[in-house]
Design a protein around this ligand. Structure first.
Ligand code: GBH
Length: 489
């Protein structure tokens, strides 16, 4: 097997950032305590039929109370960075500055940040990981309405002002593609709008790009010289290959997939400020069919969005094989013009969309370097799921293999391709609320017992493995971790 020789031993560059990630709704619980406002995910998970088994984030990992234990887990791992998100409605209960600040919510994040710093852990803060204040959904129609960009901007400014003395790494949004697609196209995520015309998801994305740029510019002009931090965005980027590389239709279908799944947000921000052609064509088509207003960028918008990030945040999990499907361009939309599959030899996680294809990450990183001006790249998520089974999966070999091989592709991307990868972040620190799948899919380095009111956390085998990688800054010759790699390989 030729891939077997392919493992690259070595150390990551000095100062390489090793991190793990979580998100507010997925771990905090405390959904209605101490003045927190309702979010669209509270509403969605409380609506019967939306989340598997009727699971909710009401308590989740109870990190609202147990953040001290979370920090202890990180200390045990030897982590120096932690990515988490702020719950907007915990800070502005009705979403607006005018509606008032919830000081108890601010205090919670102050305590968490101070606890991290006291333990030598640098916070990396996501401003929006999908829990929009429900009030903004009701007053404005959420991301469909460009007016909420202003409210997001007020919230981001407040966060820079309040936490920016200690927080130096910011992500404006987590995966616009996922929440615009899930929330406004398939309806599988909050607020649950199903609109296959794609108009709603395009409107969502448009508002998000404007909001993102507003936040970045305010940081750039008002806070950067005082606080000296960096502001980026975490994009969910898939890699894809044509089923038959010699079939032009499959090659073209793959390009369409990448235009939607990679470039819809990446090209406006990191490229030339334009939407990729299939997004532009879809907007044109909707415009002429429905006499739509909006969804266009003025030259001013474009120049404000272009370049509005200090680093490129990448959430990457998997690779697809793409085959073309013939469609009737009059009646069908582009999303029906391709089929995404996998190869039979790719191991599958518990999540039905997640296959282990480590080389996909290396190709993606090279693609980013070549097409988006060789930016600094922070891998802001990467991870593997197990099922909610008894006995629990503590010897999580699948996850260990996934991390070992994906992290090795990062090393190759740095050493062989010269990609400026600065950070690697494992999703997730611990098992948590996996959106529409509830607690049926577990992504954690730590096992969480969700039937115990104390929500005890226990390290899995992967936690030990990841901490060895961190301690060695990679896989150096002669180290314990390299012996483990040799055994697994
Ligand atoms: C990330 O999304 C999220 O940022 C994080 O919150 C989440 O917990 C983690 O990944 C694990 O899922 O059901 O076939 O339609 C990853 C990107 C996009 C992957 C939506 C799942 C739904 C596929 N996700 N996608 S499907």
């Amino acid at each position: 097997d030729s891939t077997r020789d392919d493992f690259r031993l070595g150390r990551f560059p000095d100062g390489f950032i090793w991190s793990t990630a979580t998100a507010s709704y997925q771990i905090e619980g405390g959904w209605d305590v101490d003045g927190k406002g309702e979010s669209i995910w509270d509403r969605f998970s409380h609506t019967p039929g939306k989340v598997q088994r009727g699971d909710t984030g009401d308590v989740a990992c109870d990190s609202y109370n147990k953040y001290g234990e979370d920090v202890q887990l990180m200390t045990d791992l030897g982590l120096k960075y932690y990515r988490f998100s702020l719950s907007w409605p915990r800070i502005f209960p009705n979403g607006t500055l005018a509606g008032g600040v919830n000081q108890d919510g601010v205090n919670y994040y102050n305590r968490l940040i101070d606890e991290l710093l006291a333990n030598g852990i640098t916070p990396m803060v996501t401003l929006y990981h999908w829990d929009l204040p429900q009030a903004l959904e009701e007053m404005y129609g959420g991301w469909l309405n460009e007016e909420i960009a202003e409210h997001y901007h007020n919230y981001a400014t407040f966060a820079f002002q309040t936490f920016g003395d200690r927080v130096k790494l910011w992500l404006t949004f987590n995966e616009p593609l996922s929440f615009c697609g899930g929330g406004y196209l398939t309806g599988q995520h909050a607020p649950g709008i199903q609109d296959w015309t794609t108009e709603s998801s395009l409107r969502c994305g448009h508002t998000v790009l404007k909001a993102h740029a507003m936040a970045w510019h305010t940081y750039d002009t008002t806070f950067r010289h005082l606080q000296g931090g960096k502001v980026g965005i975490a994009l969910s980027l898939l890699w894809a290959e044509p089923r038959d590389p010699d079939l032009p239709a499959d090659v073209q279908a793959t390009d369409i997939v990448l235009q939607i799944y990679q470039r819809w947000f990446a090209r406006p921000i990191f490229g030339d400020g334009e939407y990729p052609p299939v997004i532009q064509q879809t907007i044109q088509k909707l415009r002429s069919a429905k006499k739509l207003e909006g969804l266009g960028f003025s030259d001013e918008d474009k120049s404000s969005i272009r370049g509005s990030a200090d680093f490129f945040g990448v959430n990457h999990y998997t690779t697809s094989i793409v085959a073309s499907k013939p469609i009737d361009i009059q009646t069908q939309n582009l999303l029906e013009s391709f089929e995404q599959t996998s190869a039979p030899e790719w191991p599958r996680a518990e999540s039905d969309w997640l296959f282990a294809v480590p080389w996909g990450l290396r190709r993606l990183l090279k693609y980013i370097k070549d097409n988006y001006g060789d930016p600094e790249v922070y891998i802001t998520e990467n991870g593997w799921s197990d099922g909610d089974v008894q006995p629990p999966v503590m010897e999580d070999t699948g996850r260990v293999c996934y991390y070992m091989t994906y992290i090795d592709e990062v090393l190759k991307a740095i050493e062989k391709d010269g990609v400026k990868v600065r950070a690697y972040t494992a999703w997730s620190l611990m098992d948590n609320f996996e959106w529409a799948r509830g607690y049926t899919e577990r992504f954690g380095l730590h096992y969480v017992n969700f039937t115990d009111p104390n929500r005890p956390r226990t390290p899995k085998q992967s936690a030990k493995f990841y901490s060895d990688i961190i301690a060695n800054n990679g896989f150096p010759e002669g180290s314990e971790v390299t012996k483990m790699v040799r055994d697994m390989w």
